[in-house]
Ligand binder design. Structure first.
Ligand code: 5GP
Ligand code: MN
Length: 340
């Protein structure tokens, strides 16, 4: 974090404040871990801190230290609206445009608080008085670690902070596999382990917590896998009925798209998930190497993210969405066949 941003943040936090810390809609391990890690840090200095998420999040994160204090906008609309209205400072973590919080966005647009953004996604909006944006970072959790060191000028990290930040780094790097994992990421992870994050236990809590329903749904997803060898592309579809038949719960499809990407020769993998409640199809894009799924999602599916991991959506039905996707692909044939 640069000197100017550090100075602005230090001034903002110089006396106790009413603070709201918020993550993006459909929060993942990095969003929850970074918000909780930061909130544990801020509470040490007498700030009144509330962590708010736009909607619910997966069971496999519901053991994190402090998780019970999280308020969910969709379930506690009045209470969260009051907290946002009363806040002096709002930290927005792991997203770069206010639209990423969904309906809650309106509350932020009318808020009087000063905003601080900590985020590693591409092309950040300019709504914050302090923007700590770095697209080379593995995760927002790694950035919160650097943020803490910058503002407190020491590396004292409590166990609660360490567990939350380690979890987000681990999940956002695919367990230290993705190319965003730098030597510094490993150094930060080592510091967090020294501070009390037990890697084996965190891995078990996150990854060995599958329900039989999720495993059956994975079977359905793999059965639906389509490979387009001439495009080095693979995609998976899941209909609302398939989700319902397997008692779908939030987070159950997390990581499914990586199975498509793990196929030899596949550089571009996509999962299309029908959501009849919201009348849309949620799409996750993943790639290996140079092919930018951020660009692809931005250009064609109202989304965005990172070079190798992005999301998007379509308001067309599932079949039409997939057909549109297939018809767009030939434009990228050169990139997809020369990417490795
Ligand atoms: P996922 O596919 O796991 O939902 O998201 C992959 C990455 O893209 C995450 O970093 C996520 O924050 C980002 N992302 C997902 N959906 C969207 C979207 O609609 N817009 C933008 N800008 N980013 C997204
Ligand atoms: Mn992230």
């Amino acid at each position: 974090m640069n000197k100017e941003t550090t100075q602005t943040v230090k001034e903002l936090l110089a006396c106790p404040q009413k603070i709201v810390v918020v993550g993006h809609k459909n929060p993942d391990g990095d969003a929850i871990g970074s918000c909780l890690g930061l909130s544990h840090f801020l509470k040490q200095f007498g700030h009144e801190v509330s962590v708010i998420m736009p909607n619910d999040f997966p069971e496999f994160l519901k053991w994190l230290p402090g998780v019970d204090s999280i308020k969910i906008y969709e379930k506690q609309k009045d209470e969260t609206a009051q907290l946002i209205e009363a806040a002096n400072v709002i930290f927005t973590l792991d997203f770069n445009t206010l639209e990423r919080v969904g309906e809650m966005c309106e509350l932020f647009k009318s808020a009087t608080a000063k905003f601080v953004m900590i985020d590693h996604h591409q092309q950040p909006d300019n709504y914050a008085v302090a923007t700590y944006s770095d697209v080379s970072m593995s995760s927002t959790c790694e950035m919160v670690y650097h943020f803490i060191n910058a503002v407190q000028e020491s590396d004292t990290i409590t166990e609660e902070i360490a567990i939350n930040l380690y979890t987000g780094i681990m999940t956002d790097t695919g367990s230290f596999r993705f190319s965003s994992t730098s030597p510094t990421t490993h150094r930060v992870a080592a510091k967090l382990i020294e501070a009390g994050a037990q890697s084996a236990i965190i891995n078990q809590n996150v990854y060995d917590n599958n329900s039989p329903d999720r495993m059956r749904l994975l079977g359905v997803a793999l059965n639906n896998l389509v490979i387009l060898p001439e495009m080095n592309t693979a995609y998976i579809t899941l209909t609302q009925k398939e989700l319902d038949d397997n008692n779908f719960k939030k987070g159950d499809t997390e990581g499914f798209v990586n199975y498509a990407l793990s196929i030899k020769g596949v550089l571009f993998a996509v999962i299309f998930i029908e959501n009849k409640n919201e009348d849309m199809v949620k799409i996750s894009f993943r790639s290996k190497g140079q092919f930018s799924v951020n660009e692809f999602a931005r250009n064609h599916f109202s989304g965005g993210g990172h070079n190798n991991a992005a999301g998007g959506k379509s308001s067309q039905d599932l079949n039409k969405t997939v057909n549109d996707f297939i018809s767009i692909l030939p434009r990228y044939k050169n990139q997809l066949t020369n990417a490795l």
